[in-house]
Design a protein around this ligand. Structure first.
Ligand code: SF4
Length: 361
């Protein structure tokens, strides 16, 4: 008789894929909580198509992608799903997702951090304990910090990559970046995390760049999920870099979650543009857009999902920045139907305009 799979007694936990951070969630679940993580494959059109099929029309695209990703995780054997809280309607998405998935007949445990997001770490810990009731506090704390470091490394390497990969004819940047992200999905300890970072930084430093003294510089701003997630924004940053653009993006997990200066601090610099908090990423979008404009960037790209109210509210303010600082802005809205060909046409036209403008100026 063939022996069946060995029962480990561990939960099989999954979280929707978010940009390149899935390795961090996997690390936290395995190292902090001593449970199994189900790492879905990267999102594809199938993920979005399945998610959109079971989503209400009115939700924003990140909901559809996340739902598709949850379904893929359940099909891969996940028995516990985790959903984050959020400062917009994301805060309600967990409940809605759970209901949709149960209506589809899936059986699973659902840990919705929106129910624990009171702002007190004591309550947050209750959510964590639901995932791993026997969790050891010392082990948890050590490995949580490893994960925070992973985010910092991912953000640093990603930022250097998109600023320089468009000027690397040898392809060293691209190969090192891929290797680094693969390593982040597999690391098991802090020395492995540090080693992967050192290796990628070294490869970047050795790559011979063919970069003009004043390359075209574009600042990409916008909604948290769509602006960071290459699948959701149709690989916007790589496409720009391949055109020969130095691409900058302030918005990432380290800046927005772990080292966020706070709405009040950001507001000091943009008080003339916005008086009140406008949403989860709105203040940061306005602040970053003006910062790029004042640092002499050649253009800005504003990225958002269709139906994203907080970032729709930002658009009139960006128009003011564009007018006052004399900087061109391209507005991109992504939904299920957004196609690569249409995006490419708009990006090429924007690039040509920026290049001509730079020559004239
Ligand atoms: S920020 Fe916008 S796109 Fe993201 S979850 Fe909230 S409403 Fe949806």
């Amino acid at each position: 008789m063939t022996p069946g799979p060995i029962a480990t007694g561990k939960k099989k936990i999954a979280f929707p894929r978010v940009a390149d951070y899935s390795g961090v969630f996997r690390y936290w679940v395995e190292q902090c909580l001593d449970q199994t993580y189900i790492l879905q494959p990267k999102c594809t059109h199938h993920t979005l198509e399945v998610g959109a099929r079971y989503s209400p029309d009115s939700v924003c695209t990140p909901f559809k992608t996340a739902l598709g990703s949850m379904i893929e995780a359940l099909d891969l054997g996940a028995d516990t799903l985790v959903m984050s809280h959020g400062l917009c309607r994301l805060g309600y998405y967990g409940e809605l997702m759970e209901q949709i998935l149960r209506d589809l007949g899936y059986q699973f445990e659902f840990v919705n951090f929106a129910a624990y997001s009171t702002g007190r770490s004591k309550d947050l810990l209750k959510g964590v304990k639901q995932l791993a009731p026997k969790m050891k506090a010392a082990r948890f704390l050590t490995h949580v910090m490893d994960g925070v470091k992973m985010c910092a490394y991912i953000d640093d390497i990603t930022s250097k990559y998109y600023q320089n990969c468009g000027f690397d004819p040898s392809g060293t940047y691209r190969a090192a970046f891929k290797r680094f992200l693969r390593a982040m999905d597999m690391v098991h300890s802090r020395p492995e995390i540090d080693e992967a970072y050192r290796e990628a930084s070294y490869a970047f430093a050795q790559a011979p760049l063919d970069k003009p003294e004043r390359p075209l510089r574009v600042g990409v701003v916008g909604e948290f999920f769509t602006v960071m997630d290459a699948f959701s924004n149709l690989d916007l940053e790589q496409t720009l870099a391949d055109m020969g653009v130095e691409v900058h993006r302030w918005m990432n997990v380290s800046n927005r979650i772990f080292h966020y200066p706070g709405e009040k601090n950001l507001n000091v610099e943009i008080r003339d543009l916005c008086t009140y908090e406008m949403g989860p990423t709105s203040t940061a979008t306005i602040w970053a857009a003006r910062k790029y404009a004042r640092r002499g960037f050649d253009g800005l790209i504003h990225v958002k999902s269709a139906g994203c109210t907080p970032e729709i509210d930002v658009m009139p303010v960006l128009q003011t920045i564009g007018r006052e600082e004399k900087i061109p802005i391209l507005y991109l809205t992504y939904d299920v139907q957004t196609g690569e060909a249409g995006l490419m046409t708009r990006l090429e036209a924007f690039y040509d305009m920026l290049a001509m403008r730079k020559e004239v100026l």
